[in-house]
Design a protein around this ligand. Structure first.
Ligand SMILES: C[S@@+](CC[C@H](N)C(=O)[O-])C[C@H]1O[C@@H](n2cnc3c(N)ncnc32)[C@H](O)[C@@H]1O
Length: 817
């Protein structure tokens, strides 16, 4: 049976048609419309039903094809209406006889048509005969005309499968199936769908060969025109793939409606059928609604597909971007670009972006650095950008960078721009914390206990009244005091009855806490160089009800000599650069210089030596301890100062006792594991090496602890012995030596920065200013080093007579602390 291969759509629908037509006709014709009728009427009805659907087809060929039932038309001719007879006769004649040359031209028709015989060969001989007939028809008949009769035949015969099982019927059925395979389907969409559900059972009852043949025919057809087939299939396939229930429902609807409408379409005048290339108008809406339904499903499916595709694309882009970011080389600004920058205000966002880029490069320097650029160049750029972004002198940023490293430095700078929580210390001489908290809360203050490690601290979140002017404040129930500044006093651990020196006391915040812990028992000497500041100290003592404090105004450096071995405990809350409390005093950013830091360190060393001298190491009250503290994070003002003390006096560092979860042991070995709050002090910085016990000192950071930058060291005086008096000269000159870790001499080396690119050592440009001052100090230190560092050579002693065999000469033990 030759059929026109108009498009893939037509061909693709072949196999559904085969099933669906047969089923449709079976249900419509046999089961519903003419249940009492025998096989032939069923066929007739089916034949009518099928063309009715076929009439939807727009192409004349299809229309003609449907109107040309070849063999089956003969069988049902008597019961057909006149118009139908005419039509059938005409079609028969067309299909069996004259075949217009142009219609025969499509080779694929033959291919498709020849497919069905293959299946028929597997059936009975009679079937084969009939098939051969149909084959002949196919070959002889023009494709379009034969196509529809094939369907029609199939439609007529397929009901037989349900109603009768005679051989003839099955022969006919197989014949019709064979024809159906090759029949054009597209315009049969609706009946095919309707029939599909009905046909399926019939199909199942029949042999598997049928389905195989179907697939074969489909395959073959697809080979002929694969692309259009796929396109065309979707609507029909969607139909076919819809649930059986749906199909059944539809068919039931059809059954309810009867064949009237379809027949009406089918029974149109021959001329109309023959001439109309398009479907009848009244059927268009149905077809369109089907299309719409299909499109709705498809539309949703497409939407999901598009969304998924978009997401996938976005994910890929993101991945590519991340890979690029992580692997790309960051190019430092060229001199020209830097010159441009100087003539404009670089936006903070741009600075920050560059800072972050440089940080990324530094994190993977080998892979991401620009060829020919050294690490120091990146660091230099980073320091400049950070200084500009946060408003610091660059030398300070340089210093922080050398202390923290790039990433932590950024965190520190950011945290130093934020205010710390407001904290008050309850004056337990006058109030209890819970009472004070309740009183403040009544005034609309939102607060919380400071931390598990403090029994007297309250953290203020919000207050509708000025915290420094409440009735409770004026009554002395509390003192404004930062969390960090409580730590030195806690570390000192003053006891009632102690003699305590607060060497730099004004305005008396820590002094009052000391008295509080001493329960107003014992004596506190509150000293400060500046008498003006001491007024505030006195006022505070009065307000707070402190009665055991004596204020005085001496230069602390002289107290050591004047009040030697006089105190059980001493607090030196030293004057400092304030580099830990920048959020409280942002002027530090531009007013403090590294030489300022050096000057502070020099004063601190002097004060510290004096404090130790004033400390009584023979205190019978468990004393002989002092605490050194600063509100600076600079190593020069902290570890370097304490390390210097270790070289000058017979002292040792002990735990600060700030490990509140564990019992504090004054004499325990220094081990960071014992410490709960604060970070260990530096034991090395740049080229300097400090005594390992410096790890017992505590550092507090804004970016780590959300506290002021602070430093706390607790020192025990062991004896009144002074080591290396000759070093005093150096101290007076403000020289920080890094010699005394073990007491052995260590000469200072000039600061160096490793150049990764050349692996050579050179002085960094960016650190010139700081290193210059360091170098000055270093030069002085070198000159003095012979005096400072060499241990005094003991006079040659006469060898004692001993039995011990001494093979090696004895070395003098150098005591560094
Ligand atoms: C950080 S403040 C002390 C704060 C105080 N401990 C408190 O908690 O309220 C440092 C103090 O050291 C004082 N000072 C500076 N040089 C001094 C010196 N040579 N002798 C004694 N005190 C000095 C300053 O006047 C300043 O009041």
């Amino acid at each position: 049976m030759g059929r026109p291969l108009r498009s893939g759509r037509v061909l693709k629908s072949l196999s559904p048609v085969k099933k669906e037509d047969a089923a449709a006709t079976a249900k419509k014709g046999a089961a519903k419309k003419t249940p009492a009728k025998a096989k032939e009427p069923v066929k007739e009805a089916a034949a009518k039903a099928t063309p009715a659907k076929a009439a939807k087809k727009p192409t004349p060929a299809r229309g003609r094809a449907r109107a040309a039932p070849s063999k089956s038309s003969k069988a049902v001719a008597k019961e057909e209406s006149e118009s139908e007879d005419e039509l059938l006769e005409m079609n028969d004649s067309e299909s069996e006889e004259d075949v217009p040359a142009p219609k025969k031209t499509t080779p694929t028709k033959k291919t498709a048509a020849k497919k069905s015989p293959g299946k028929k060969e597997q059936s009975s001989d009679e079937e084969s005969e009939e098939e051969s007939e149909s084959e002949d028809d196919v070959e002889a008949a023009p494709a379009p005309k034969k196509a529809t009769p094939a369907k029609k035949t199939a439609a007529k015969k397929s009901p037989v499968q349900k109603e009768e099982s005679s051989d003839e019927e099955s022969e006919e059925e197989s014949e019709s199936e064979g024809e159906v395979e090759a029949a054009p389907a597209p315009k049969k969409a609706t009946p095919a769908k309707k029939g599909a559900a009905k046909k399926t059972p019939a199909k199942k009852e029949s042999s598997d060969e049928e389905s195989e043949d179907e697939s074969e025919s489909e395959d073959e057809v697809q080979k002929v025109a694969p692309k259009p087939l796929q396109k065309a299939k979707s609507p029909k396939a969607a139909k076919k793939e819809s649930s059986d229930e749906e199909s059944e429902d539809e068919s039931e609807d059809d059954e309810d409606n009867g064949f009237t409408d379809e027949n009406a379409a089918w029974l149109k005048p021959k001329s109309q059928l023959m001439s109309s290339d398009s479907e009848p108008d009244d059927e268009l809406p149905e077809e369109e609604s089907d299309e719409e339904n299909l499109l709705e499903v498809e539309r949703q499916s497409r939407l999901i597909d598009e969304e998924m595709a978009a997401e996938q694309e976005e994910a890929e882009l993101e991945m590519r971007r991340t890979i690029t970011q992580q692997t790309s080389v960051f190019h430092l600004p060229t001199p020209e670009e830097l010159e441009e920058d100087e003539n404009r205000v670089v936006p903070p966002s741009e600075l920050r972006a560059r800072i972050e880029d440089i940080l990324e490069v530094l994190a993977d320097f080998k892979a991401r650095r620009e060829a020919g650029r050294s690490r120091s160049e990146y660091i230099e750029r980073l320091a400049q950008d950070m200084a500009e972004l946060f408003g610091y002198l660059q030398e300070l940023v340089d210093y922080f960078l050398s202390m923290f490293g790039p990433n932590e430095c950024l965190e520190f700078l950011e945290a130093s721009d934020k205010n710390r929580p407001l904290v008050v210390r309850v004056n337990t001489l006058k109030a209890r914390r819970k009472d004070l908290a309740a009183a403040l809360m009544k005034r609309g203050v939102r607060l919380d206990p400071l931390a598990p490690w403090s029994k007297v601290g309250l953290k203020i979140y919000e207050s509708s009244v000025p915290i420094g002017a409440t009735p409770e404040y004026l009554a002395g129930h509390y003192m404004l005091q930062s969390a960090a500044s409580m730590c030195p006093v806690m570390a000192l651990g003053p006891q009632p009855g102690d003699r305590v020196l607060d060497m730099s006391a004004a305005p008396g915040g820590k002094t009052s806490y000391i008295s509080q812990l001493m329960k107003n028992k014992g004596v506190v000497i509150a000293n400060d160089l500046k008498a003006e500041r001491q007024k505030a100290t006195v006022a505070n003592m009065h307000r707070l009800g402190v009665r055991n404090v004596v204020s005085c105004c001496y230069d602390g450096r002289k107290i050591g000599a004047q009040m030697r071995n006089s105190f059980d405990r001493i607090l030196l809350d030293a004057p400092c650069s304030g580099l830990g409390v920048i959020s409280r005093d942002p002027s530090v950013k531009v007013q403090r210089t590294i030489p300022d830091v050096r000057r502070c360190a020099h004063l601190q060393k002097e004060l510290l030596l004096a404090a130790i001298d004033a400390l009584n190491h023979k205190s019978k009250k468990g004393g002989g301890y002092m605490v050194y503290s600063t509100c600076s994070v600079a190593v020069a003002e902290n570890e370097e100062v304490v390390n210097y003390l270790l070289s000058k006096r017979d002292v040792k560092l002990v735990e600060t006792g700030l490990d509140f979860d564990q019992p504090s042991s004054q004499d325990s070995k220094f081990s960071p594991a014992h410490l709960a709050i604060g970070k260990p002090g530096f034991t090395r910085f740049e080229h300097k090496r400090f005594h390992p016990s410096l790890a017992l000192t505590r550092r507090f950071y804004p970016h780590v602890h959300n506290m002021d930058g602070f430093y706390v060291a607790k020192i025990q005086k062991l004896s009144d012995t002074k080591k290396g008096e000759e070093k005093t000269q150096a101290v007076e000159e403000g020289v920080a030596t890094d010699v005394e870790v073990t007491g052995a001499r260590k000469e200072k080396k000039p600061a160096v920065v490793e150049d990764d690119s050349k692996n050579t050592k050179k002085k960094p440009k960016g650190k010139k200013r700081r290193n210059e001052s360091e170098d000055d100090d270093n030069q002085k230190a070198k000159k003095k080093s012979s005096k400072i560092s060499y241990p005094s050579v003991r006079p040659q002693q006469k060898k004692k007579k001993t039995n011990a065999k001494v093979s090696k000469p004895r070395r003098y033990k150098i005591t560094g602390m």
